[in-house]
Each structure stands twice: as C-alpha cells, then as structure tokens.
Design a protein around this ligand. Sequence first.
Ligand code: FAD
Length: 393
Amino acid sequence: MNTSLHLDVAIFGGGIAGLWLLNRLRQRGYRAALFESDRLGAGQTRYSQGIIHGGTKYALTGKVSDAAKMVAAMPARWRACLAGEGELDLRAARLLSDHQYLWSTRDIASRLAGFFASRLMRSRMTPLQAADYPALFRDTAFRGQVYRLDEPVLDVASLLAALAEPVREATVAFDPEALPLEAGEPWLIRLPKVTFAARRLVLAAGGGNRGLLAKLGRERPAMQLRPLQMVALRGDLPDLWAHCLGASSKPRLTITTHRDAAGRPVWYLGGQLAEEGVGRSAAEQIAAAQAELAALFPWHDFGACEWITLPVDRAEVQAGGALPDDAFVEEDAGVITVWPTKLALAPEVAGRIEILLEAGGIAPGGEQPADALRRLPRPEIAPLPWQEEERWN
Ligand SMILES: Cc1cc2nc3c(=O)[nH]c(=O)nc-3n(C[C@H](O)[C@H](O)[C@H](O)COP(=O)(O)OP(=O)(O)OC[C@H]3O[C@@H](n4cnc5c(N)ncnc54)[C@H](O)[C@@H]3O)c2cc1C
C-alpha cells in the first residue's frame, strides 16, 4: 500500500546547505525531510578545505560590502555551534585548527601594504615574530612575513557526521535514475512505498539543481559550474593550514592538512594552482604543484610524497564565471533554490530560508511522519576524497 505523507518542506540534496537546513527546521518543529540521490556530502562539500572564512577574500580586494560584513560574522557563529552554544550543536565536529596562517613572499610584501592596513584585516590578523612562525617557516632561507588569521578549519568528515546523526531518520535515499519529483501545489515526491506532498521545495543539490529545475520545467535561476583541479599529496608532512598571498586578490596557494584512511598526513592544495590547473593533464598539474612547492619551500624535500589530483566543479548561481560575493537563496512560486557559495555560509542560507518560510505563512507544528520515514532507505555519508585509497593507486 502506498502511504501519503505531508511535509512542510522537502529538501533535495544532502550537502552542507541541505543538512544544516534540515537540522534547523526539524529542531524548530517543521515537518521536513531531505532527499539525496547519492551519499550525504557527495558533491562539493566533501571536497571542501573546511575553512570557515571570515572575509579575508573581500579584504584582499579592498571591498568591505554588506556581504563582507555578513561573512565576517561566520567564524563566531560556527565557533558557538562547535562549543554547543549556537544555533546547532556541533560539538561532535572536529576542529583541525582554530586558526590559519597567511604568508607573503618577499617580492610581493610591499604591494600588500594596503591590504594589511585595512581595518577588517587588522581585527583578525596578527603579524608574527619569527620565533612564533609555524615550524616550516622557521628555516633561515625563508624571506617574507607570516600572519596568524583568526579563522577556524574543520574536519569535514566529522562535520557531516555531526549534522547527519540528529536527523538520520529524516534523510531518504532515492534512485537517481528515477527522479521522483512532480511539479504542483503541493509538490509530490513519489517513492516506491510512500508519496510525500510538500508545501515548499528547497533545491540544495549543488550542481544537481539544474536538473531538478529542468524537471520542474524551469530554466532559472541559472547556474554556473567553475571547475577546479585540486592536488593532494601525502607523506612526511607537517601540519599546516595556510594561504600564500600572490600578487592578485586570490591566494596563490592554499594548503590544508588532513589525514588519509590510515591516519597519514595529507596536504590538500587549492587557490590559484587549482583554478589555473583546469586545462592541464593530471601529470602536468602534479608537476605544476611540485614546482610551486619547490619555489615556496626550497628548503623542504617533498621527493618521497605521493601525489594525486582531484578535479571538482564548484556550483554557484550564474555570476559571469566569477566567484559570487554572497550566498544565493531565492524563492519562486514555492521553490527555494540555494547555492551557498561557501561551506561557511550554510548558517546564513538556513536563516534566510527560515525567514522565507515564515513570510510565506509556513509555520512549524504538524505531527512528524516518523514511522513511515523510518521504513525508507537512508543515504550513507560520503568519505573524503583522499580517504578513498583507490585514488592513490
Ligand atoms: C575544492 C573546493 C574547496 C572548497 N573549500 C571551501 C572552504 O574551505 N570553505 C568554504 O567555506 N567553502 C569551500 N568550498 C565551497 C563549498 O564546498 C560549497 O559552497 C558547499 O559545499 C556547497 O554545498 P551544497 O550543500 O550547496 O552543495 P554540495 O556539497 O554540492 O551538495 C549537493 C548534494 O546534493 C546531492 N544531489 C545532487 N543532485 C541531486 C538530485 N537530483 N537530487 C537529490 N540530491 C542531489 C549531491 O549528491 C550532494 O550530496 C569549496 C569548494 C570546492 C569545490
């Protein structure tokens, strides 16, 4: 027999945006469920570097817009959650580092004077004395300046688990071949044994939003994909979470340190290297990464490391190919489409959706469809890419 269940909100996509929102809505008593076609975190979220940005990028471009001020509030908002005192309880998520470093090489230090003088940056960046540099920079051959940046970095695997655990029973796996979504009022999600009727639909499927919108006969909002070719290396590597400042407004290189499945240190490399590496073969991109590390740390031997590339697309609202300034949340005739732009902006995205629901007269309070939900298949949590051993072979 096919059961029919009413939802206030059906969320498509279990990355950071969908999971954060599901937690918030369920906590507030909304009847909400999340539908995932792969594994939780399987899109961009598991590829992210886990940095909870606080606006460095904006200060680098010299812009202190409203979007920049909002981003500046994110580290504190996340820290409250990590301490169990925020809008969600993320005490089970692991902090990799509570700060990062920024460093400039000698040749560009003078060009960055304006940036270091900006008020936004002064409030969160501390120039360090050589004795306080992270170990890798304490070599006498290092010429440049290191700053400490007060923005945390999270272990995304434990973050996904911390977000998935409290809402497990409200996450539903479905066969991506048979996208079970029908336009209407309410929106219908027809699964083999259960049909859901939802008052609002939230599309939080990252790169999958385009297909979901098409299924609803919509072409807007338009999405852009920005490809990246990230690099990971493992071996005898010191812990480091740091951005090398280049001459442009984007970091030349961003290094974050993680662990592979066996607990070995992995450096994950992003920044300009990943953007400029898109047209390169894997071998060319690895050679470019090796050359970059040799140029920046000539005193360190990376010769015994293993290297892989991790190509991945960023999915965002159409912004002419550039990184949008802000998170995107837009409602159109009962469908709310989101691209958070950054992992760090997930709380902001959820907050804006809560406001839209209230404005649309969707209030919490109905009975939770717990029993029927419990009988449906649950999506697993995706591993982090560098924890998939087969990628290293
Ligand atoms: C290499 C890289 C590094 C990054 N580093 C950082 C960082 O350090 N800090 C930061 O703040 N941001 C970072 N970002 C950005 C951040 O990762 C993304 O903005 C964020 O993860 C997007 O989350 P999302 O939930 O919107 O989408 P996604 O994480 O892409 O999740 C989408 C989910 O929807 C599912 N899905 C797809 N199609 C469908 C469908 N039809 N039906 C149902 N489900 C579907 C997918 O399987 C997936 O689970 C990085 C991004 C990349 C690519």
